[in-house]
Design a binder for this molecule. Structure first.
Ligand code: GLC
Length: 480
């Protein structure tokens, strides 16, 4: 009989239910990839991973096939708050939605009102920790993600100290360290949670993510390079010294992508499907994209693509400055995404200045995103920091060669001279130099095809990473 490892996986968002960013992609696919591991792959274990999400108001009004499980009380302010549990299944995986007043008053998934988010995610984290007892199921591992669910790991450790939850071990995956969550110092006592001496810097002692980093048995950064960067002053956000005290707890595991959904051979958003064997078909996607964007349809002109949140982190300002400087040379570029109004305006201005050459599509459009991956020649991603990055992985799978800054997961996934181009300094000059180099190499059609094929041959499926997570679970779970 294979041993079953039981994992409760908590996240603020998970595709296909609710997705705002990369966290949603990972929380949607990793739990299923873990469940798909066979006992042969794991050396005799199977994983019963279950996902719990907040029942965000937008989910509540849209989801079918969700059934009510029941309610329980969570102690709050000497009184009790009601927790309502709903359940559905995703490819056979139980998915629980946790509901209650703080979740319904929280509005969108992430609010601009820090107090609302603090109330919602503290409630969610603590209510989720009670879920296993209510449903009569005993997880070996509590796997939390980012600040939104980090307090579940903190509470689990305090409960352990109090002699409860003795057999549960905790894993915290860090998708984006700078987002540490709001001050919860007044909220925690409401839930009978005390602040203890953690050794964290004083400012961090009241924030969910640092408390989770202190409490979790294992901390996972979403790429090996990001794990190392967390220990540096540049990327450690003031926690580098603290994290440096627990080197044995910290590791990096690269994210995967859903290779069934992101498959150029079957993707129905594309004008023409293609594979390594039928790469020539890809040109039809480039022509369709050029025509859709109002550009001259000419396969000889290199087409650059950006699919990104419009954000400083992503280096969108660098892209706009560089393209402005290089306007007049033969290239075309499309940028797709929403975000910082200042950057959106700058993109719109560039489009006015270079209408036949640059197009900004300022919205969320997953179909156009796929058409850009499949039709553009070069994918630009000059992030200032990038914990993992998923779009460069999708771009490579679709034969769109990445030009990226050498940081975090970009360093771990793009190989200079083989699958793309990397540059060091996040300055317009740095990006300009590497882009000119890429454009020069593009002129050599045979060489460019090699880049594309190298990209498409990479394996970015979840298989390897899911096994790495399993090994990590095993290192903190006694396997009978
Ligand atoms: C965050 C990070 C991104 C990472 C994603 C999923 O969005 O910024 O680099 O790929 O989380 O882990």
């Amino acid at each position: 009989m294979p041993k079953t490892v039981q994992v409760l996986f908590l996240a603020a968002e998970a595709d296909p239910f609710v997705k705002v960013g990369g966290l949603g992609d990972v929380a949607g696919s990793l739990p299923r990839a873990l469940r798909a591991l066979s006992d042969e792959q794991t050396g005799g274990a199977v994983l019963d991973v279950r996902l719990a999400l907040p029942y965000h108001p937008l989910l509540k009004s849209h989801l079918d096939g969700v059934t009510s499980v029941g309610s329980y009380a969570l102690e709050q302010s000497g009184d009790s708050a009601e927790v309502d549990i709903y359940e559905t299944a995703l490819d056979g995986m139980p998915v629980y939605f946790i509901d209650g007043a703080p979740i319904q008053s929280g509005g969108s998934v992430y609010s601009s009102d820090a107090a609302l988010d603090a109330g919602k995610y503290t409630f969610f984290s603590l209510a989720a920790l009670e879920l296993p007892r209510y449903i009569g199921w005993k997880p070996d591992i509590l796997h939390v993600n980012d600040w939104h669910t980090a307090l579940a790991a903190y509470s689990a450790l305090l409960r352990k100290w109090d002699g409860e939850l003795k057999d549960i071990s905790t894993v915290l995956t860090v998708h984006n360290l700078p987002f540490m969550g709001p001050d919860v110092s007044t909220l925690l006592p409401e839930y009978n949670l005390r602040l203890v001496n953690t050794g964290l810097p004083e400012w961090a002692e009241v924030m969910p993510l640092p408390l989770g980093l202190w409490a979790a048995d294992k901390i996972v950064a979403v790429s090996p390079t990001y794990a190392r960067e967390l220990l540096t002053e540049e990327n450690g956000c003031g926690l580098d010294a603290f994290l440096g005290l627990r080197p044995e707890a910290l590791s990096g595991i690269l994210n995967g992508i859903d290779t069934a959904s992101f498959n150029p051979e079957t993707d129905s958003a594309l004008k023409a499907n293609f594979s390594i064997e039928t790469l020539a078909n890809r040109f039809q996607n480039k022509e369709a994209l050029q025509s859709q964007l109002g550009f001259t349809v000419d396969l000889g002109i290199p087409l650059l693509g950006v699919v990104s949140r419009m954000d400083q982190q992503k280096g969108i300002d660098l892209v706009l400055k560089t393209l402005k400087k290089l306007a007049g040379r033969p290239w075309q570029a499309v940028i797709l995404g929403t975000g910082d109004p200042k950057l959106e305006k700058a993109a719109a201005r560039l489009q006015e200045a270079a209408p036949g050459q640059f197009h900004a599509v300022l919205k969320f459009d997953s179909k156009l995103a796929r058409q850009i991956y499949a039709g553009a020649d070069i994918f630009l991603m000059p992030s200032r920091y990038e914990p993992c990055g998923l779009s460069q992985l999708i771009a490579m799978r679709y034969g769109c060669v990445p030009v990226v800054r050498a940081t975090g997961g970009l360093t771990d996934t793009v190989v200079s001279g083989e699958t793309g181009f990397l540059f060091e300094k996040p300055t317009p000059g740095g990006l300009e130099k590497i882009l000119l180099q890429a454009l020069a190499e593009y002129e050599d059609g045979v060489r460019w095809r090699e880049y594309q094929l190298n990209c498409m041959k990479q394996d970015f499926s979840w298989d390897k990473s899911a096994l790495a997570y399993f090994d990590l679970y095993r290192s903190i779970t006694p396997l009978a």
